[in-house]
Design a protein around this ligand. Sequence first.
Ligand SMILES: Cc1cc2nc3c(=O)[nH]c(=O)nc-3n(C[C@H](O)[C@H](O)[C@H](O)COP(=O)(O)O)c2cc1C
Length: 162
Amino acid sequence: MSGVIESYIFLSTEKQHFNTELLQNLVARSSSMNKRYGITGFMYQTQPYFFGYVEGTSKNIAQLKTNLNSDTRHKVIYWLNDKEKQKRRFKSWDLVKKENYNDKDADTSSSIFLLLDVLVLSINTFIRNQVQVSGTKQREVFEKIDRLANLFELIKQNELHS
Ligand SMILES: Cc1cc2nc3c(=O)[nH]c(=O)nc-3n(C[C@H](O)[C@H](O)[C@H](O)COP(=O)(O)O)c2cc1C
């Protein structure tokens, strides 16, 4: 998986209620598609929102964006492209869910949820106030994604050594 990597975050609102079963189906399908197309990143659900970060080659990311934009189960309200970093941050693609983490990771996972909630809140504020996000603000958002990627790595390493 080499070459230039494009990355985006997106925020969307549910158009249908995702119960556990529907969410599991969505994640299973997305996960296998992403493996096939070399898409990495994460998805976070905080009702009624989905917050995602995806990275991959331009061609595969463009296709995923088209799929996500035309998926009637949700409505994408925000896309933000990282114009600077052209490298992968994540090694795999996952749903970020509280129950995925054990007690050992309590501090790390609460940092993750805090970061994600702050990101969702800030992005909502951008949208509500129709704020044009400056280059500096964009950079700050993606710096938080860098932090997240590091936190995910910490958890993965803990899992390996436990
Ligand atoms: C919140 C949300 C996140 C999704 N994330 C992904 C994803 O990461 N990768 C993916 O291939 N499809 C994802 N999908 C599904 C796509 O929108 C689309 O249904 C799928 O790519 C097309 O696959 P199909 O052949 O099953 O129709 C997501 C859908 C939703 C509602």
